[in-house]
Design a protein around this ligand. Sequence first.
Ligand SMILES: [Zn+2]
Length: 129
Amino acid sequence: MSQQEIQCPCGQYIEDYSKYLLLHLKKEMGEIDILCPNEFCYLRELGFLKFGIDESGEIDFDIGRFYAPYSTWNATRITEESTVKILKQHLIDITEKLVDWDKVKKGFIPKEKEEEKREKENSETEVST
Ligand SMILES: [Zn+2]
């Protein structure tokens, strides 16, 4: 009779994906932080999502991951097997239901390739004999 409930090391229970907070601060870098809902949490960042934008402007999802302190904490509580299973589902749910990808797309600033064509060696080097 083990309690199959995910908990942050700070004590906050996270029943499902909707409890997480997302931080879009690094979105121009293609990264979204997954935060603990407890504002006094000493960990705060529990995981992250990484993505890119392809040439047609669509989200190209890269990777989602929870950090070790969070997953390890739960593995010792409810076994690693359950933790991996539940957290994997959390990541899927976050990606599919929690992230507002349309909003993310709009805010995404692709790195502009500034083509500064500096005239290379325009001035001929004088060859002294
Ligand atoms: Zn926490």
